[in-house]
Design a protein around this ligand. Structure first.
Ligand code: A3P
Length: 317
């Protein structure tokens, strides 16, 4: 098994996943651009991933507070005690794979997080950036819970641009490329507007909670209580306040540093990507440092057309 994985092939459930050798920095699946760590073969295999009724799946278009919401859910389930959060993997990210070539360590097997998640005891919390059309249908069949987090697209762009600037992908992705592709399938995980709007349409489903990053930032107490109620995990007001405090940016960063240093996956992850760079500025309105006046005007016009009568609106400061 380890040999097969090291050679770029994983055998599980009688099926082979053969990884293409001619991989570029980005992948593409059904016309949708994916980052290098999200492989089409894995997304196909995930279509038969078995969900359970007590699963919680955090879904986002990238840079919309995924890790923040994930850690908040985890801490609610652990009644506000970090040490009680069950961590079987560094990242419960469904489609995320660490290729050993990225970790520059051919001696280790490839890390496919979903294989570990498959074996993880219930209740599981997982996350994904998959757009609705690529989401494994088992989520709905099992009546698992979906928490979707959306963020204003201007800050999404600013956050992604800064994030990519710290990775080798920076060589391929400029601000202009990101700005001009956000509403197309050349954007990571597909057009931002289709991603968000398709889940927005599900917001009244009893198994879907639609959150906005800006609301969480402005009133975390309310959102933590809302999440606890949605996942049927009652917490006292005191525990709620502890969770708000512990998931503030500075506190959460410290906890992530500890994980990176102590979990086994942390070794591979930090070799491949340096560090868990998911907790950075954490503000609303940083986009003003990146958009020109003309870009902003054009963006506002386009956004208005795309969100149209959907009723979906965002705060930008
Ligand atoms: P910035 O890059 O604007 O700082 P994701 O987890 O989807 O990749 O999203 C990352 C973004 O969420 C980053 O935005 C990160 O700083 C922000 N974030 C993470 N934890 C946060 C917190 N506790 N409070 C505010 N923002 C947070």
């Amino acid at each position: 098994m380890e040999d097969a994985q090291t050679n770029g092939m994983a055998r599980e459930n009688g099926q082979d996943i053969v990884l293409s050798e001619s991989r570029t920095r980005f992948n593409e699946h059904k016309g949708i651009v994916l980052p290098s760590h999200a492989l089409p073969e894995v997304i196909e295999d995930l279509q038969s991933f078995k969900f359970r009724p007590d699963d919680i799946l955090v879904v986002t278009s990238p840079k919309s507070g995924t890790h923040w919401v994930f850690e908040t859910v985890a801490l609610i389930m652990a009644d506000g005690v970090w040490e009680n959060v069950k961590r079987d993997t560094l990242k419960n990210h469904l489609e995320f794979v660490i290729l050993n070539k990225d970790a520059f360590d051919e001696s280790k097997p490839m890390t496919m997080f979903y294989k570990q998640l498959d074996k993880m005891p219930s209740p599981r919390i997982m996350f994904t950036h998959l757009p609705l059309e690529l989401l494994p249908p088992g989520v709905f069949e099992a009546n698992a819970k979906i928490i979707y987090s959306a963020r204003n697209p201007k800050d999404v762009l600013a956050s992604l641009y800064r994030f990519i600037g710290k990775t080798p992908e920076a060589l391929f992705v400029t601000w202009e490329i990101l700005y001009s592709t956000i509403f197309t399938d050349q954007f990571f995980y597909g057009a931002w507007d289709r991603h968000v709007l398709s889940y927005w349409k599900l917001r009244n489903d009893k198994n879907v909670l639609f959150l906005k990053y800006e609301d969480m930032k402005k009133n975390p107490t309310k959102i933590v209580a809302q999440i606890a109620e949605f996942i049927n995990h009652p917490i006292s007001d005191d525990v709620r306040d502890v969770i708000v405090e512990k998931t503030s940016l500075d506190k959460i960063k410290k906890e992530m540093k500890r994980l990176e240093e102590t979990l086994e996956d942390g070794y591979m992850f930090s070799k491949a990507y340096g560090t868990l760079n998911y907790f950075q500025k954490g503000v609303i309105g940083d986009w003003k440092n990146y958009f020109t006046v003309a870009q902003n005007e054009q963006f506002d016009k386009e956004l208005e057309e795309r969100l149209g009568e959907s009723g979906l609106e965002f705060d930008y400061e």
